[in-house]
Design a binder for this molecule. Structure first.
Ligand code: AVI
Length: 322
């Protein structure tokens, strides 16, 4: 397929998803995967260094401190597949530890070509690493990595940063089960999960004083304006972070400041918002240790070891396929 044909198909899919999400009769929605265009990905990099948002630093601390211990538990040789590598910064500790043992192939899987290129630049300094990235959706990319597996080679799948928390709980379990189906018994999954913590701490993490998370959220409307020729007035929508106690998740919404109508040309769609009506743009689920173990077992893994950050409750769990 030509690149222009791929781009067109993606734009059509975006328009279709936007129309479907905004024409829902109850809560209007936009899918969180669309937060990550070039601007959204850059804003997320800034979020990850904000003092209020400890998640990325916790993930990084665990991997830096325990990389050798994690590697010592793996059956070698392994090929590493990372679902949503982002810039690849926090992965370097593990890859360095693995490459100290033996040459290792690393396969970042990303839908964003910019993130993939950055990840390859960031990690290519490591001795005896071979990097082959896949610009694919997670499961499609993982299928390709599995198809290239050599005799006797195990797979280690990395799903870090609590990206699992952006799926609703049943979908998260389904997703891990689909990952398990692609793996063989004895293969590993290193899963990062953000743990329960006080609501006030969570709300600050998702509504920081500088307004970076607000910009990250509002960029979704700006993206619809840019790519689908819409006329969202950004100053007429306000970022809202709220904690939903039954599901134990932080939800991001965009609240309409007044009754207003927006036209989205490329989706051939006109939508009206009432005053204070919201668009739900993301959920970040939080977990107990018991949740993680149940989710792992339910998806066909057992938990071999867990590491918890002492400063910001966050767990890295090494799961082995039954
Ligand atoms: C990528 N993901 C795990 C982040 C989270 O915490 O849910 C995305 C994010 N949204 C707002 N701040 C960070």
């Amino acid at each position: 397929m030509l690149p222009s044909a791929i781009a067109r198909e993606t734009a059509d899919e975006f328009a279709e998803d936007v129309r479907a999400g905004l024409s829902k009769s109850g809560q209007k929605e936009l899918l969180s995967k669309y937060l990550y265009d070039v601007i959204g990905s850059a804003l997320f990099e800034v979020i990850s260094v904000l003092p209020e948002y400890g998640l990325t630093r916790a993930d990084d601390r665990i991997l830096r401190k325990h990389a050798d211990e994690i590697v010592a538990r793996l059956p070698l040789p392994v090929a590493v597949a990372e679902l949503g590598s982002g810039s690849g910064k926090k992965t370097r500790w593990l890859l360095e530890a693995l490459c100290r043992q033996r040459p290792t192939s690393y396969h970042p899987i990303e839908i964003s070509p910019a993130a993939l290129a950055q990840c390859e630049r960031e990690l290519s300094y490591i001795d005896s690493i071979s990097i082959v990235g896949f610009e694919r959706k997670y499961l499609d990319g993982l299928l390709e990595v599995a198809a290239r597996r050599k005799n006797g080679q195990h797979l280690l799948v990395l799903f870090l940063g609590s990206t699992i928390g952006n799926f609703d709980r049943p979908a998260g379990l389904r997703f891990l089960s689909q990952v398990r189906e692609i793996l063989q018994p004895g293969d590993s999954l290193l899963l990062g999960t953000d743990l329960d913590k006080p609501v006030s701490q969570l709300l600050q993490a998702y509504d920081d004083a500088l307004g970076v998370t607000a910009a990250f959220n509002l960029n979704l409307l700006a993206r619809v304006n840019r790519e689908l020729e819409a006329d969202f007035a950004l100053h007429e929508f306000q970022h809202v972070a709220r904690f939903e106690p039954v599901e134990r998740r932080v939800e991001m919404h965009l609240r309409s400041a007044r009754k207003q109508t927006v036209t989205i040309q490329k989706a051939e769609f006109v939508v009206t918002f009432l005053k204070d009506e919201t668009i739900w743009t993301e959920s970040s689920h939080k977990y107990s240790m018991g949740d993680v173990l149940r989710m792992a077992e339910g998806a066909g893994f057992y938990c071999d070891a867990q590491w918890i950050d002492p400063e910001w409750p966050f767990a890295e769990s090494l799961l082995i396929a039954h």
